[in-house]
Ligand binder design. Structure first.
Ligand code: XMP
Length: 319
């Protein structure tokens, strides 16, 4: 019978048989799939699982610390945290085209991950959080965006170059099954039911050129939005919700006069398959609290707008 417990014990057995006494490398992103793979493999092979977590500086508020807290401290998983923020910001300097930004972030991610992998001895396997919908998607036609997404997640040609064999324990599972397994493995509900977050992270939510300052501003605004959604019971009623940094200068009046500052847009959608989506009809009081808190608490923001566009024609992300 399908129970999370059965799936876990089957998967553990399969992994142990396949891996034997070898070591396994995993790119941990903090997303649901790679997190569940980490917890599962840790249970199956303990210390022989080595995770690499790349902080590209475009993560959400305190995301890196949270990943370390849950995996390294709480579950005792071996995680190497790589602080590559400066490298990513340097590479992104002067680049404002969305697809160019995606390519740079994807390529650098692979480079950084490769470098860490090369420092490790005796790795024979690469684990991946591929789930059943990914298997179907890569069999079908691919847009350029989808290809970048895939190559980003699949850490490039590393398996061939390092002669690594793949371990993909979630390959036959749907997302809701992966979540149930995650809970059963002791991952926090908050992590297992987290909204999806794109690989290029805040890089595609800061419109145009990316800077550390814009990332910091966006992180704070986004954190406030998510915190208020959770408080109001709306987080799990939306499929994805986030803030976007708009590099236009809009006027704001404060005690010391007029200032021209960037704008924060809030986006929240409801969708089943992410191919079409409706904007979430959040209560005005909730939007009001978010707006007030963001302009009061986030330096350099004096205006907040709410995105009321459906997909199609608007995409979920702004870039
Ligand atoms: P759009 O904006 O195309 O987004 O309506 C649909 C879903 O895909 C996610 N998305 C990405 N995920 N790398 C990713 O890993 C990307 O470059 C990327 N672009 C969009 C988006 O967050 C939404 O869930």
């Amino acid at each position: 019978a399908w129970t999370p417990g059965n799936i876990i014990s089957d998967a553990i057995e399969t992994v142990r048989e396949r891996v034997g006494s070898a070591k396994v490398l995993l790119g941990l992103s903090g997303g649901v799939d790679s997190s569940v793979v980490a917890a599962l493999l840790h249970k199956a092979i303990g210390d022989r699982l080595i995770c690499v977590f790349v902080d590209h500086g475009l993560l959400r508020h305190r995301e890196g610390d949270q990943v370390m807290k849950i995996f390294a401290e709480h579950l005792g998983v071996k995680v190497i945290r790589v602080d590559a923020q400066a490298r990513f910001f340097d590479a992104l300097k002067g680049v404002s085209d969305p697809e160019a930004k995606r390519k740079i972030i994807g390529r650098l991610f692979v480079e950084v991950f490769d470098e860490e992998a090369a420092k490790l001895d005796g790795i024979e396997f690469l684990a991946q959080g591929t789930i059943y919908p990914d298997v179907i998607e890569s069999a079908g036609s691919k847009t350029q965006k989808a290809q970048v997404i895939k190559s980003h997640h699949n850490v490039g040609g590393l398996p061939e170059r390092m002669k690594l064999k793949l371990v993909e324990p979630l390959r036959e599972l749907f997302k809701d099954e992966v979540r149930k397994i995650g809970l059963e493995l002791g991952l926090p509900r908050e992590m297992v039911y987290r909204h999806p977050f794109p690989g290029p992270g805040l890089g595609v939510r800061i419109l145009g050129e990316v800077s550390p300052q814009a990332a910091e501003t966006l992180r704070l605004a986004d954190h406030i939005f998510i915190e208020e959604l959770r408080r109001a019971g709306w987080y799990e009623r939306t499929s994805q919700a986030f803030a976007v940094f708009l590099p236009v200068r809009s006027v704001g009046v404060t005690g010391d006069g007029r200032r021209f500052e960037p704008v924060i847009a809030l986006r929240a959608v409801q969708t089943v398959d992410f191919m079409t989506a409706q904007w979430a009809q959040l209560p005005f009081e909730l939007l009001d609290v978010c707006s007030r808190r963001i302009v009061n608490e986030v330096p350099g923001v004096s205006r907040v707008v709410y995105d009321i566009s459906g997909k199609p024609p608007a995409t979920i992300e702004w870039e």
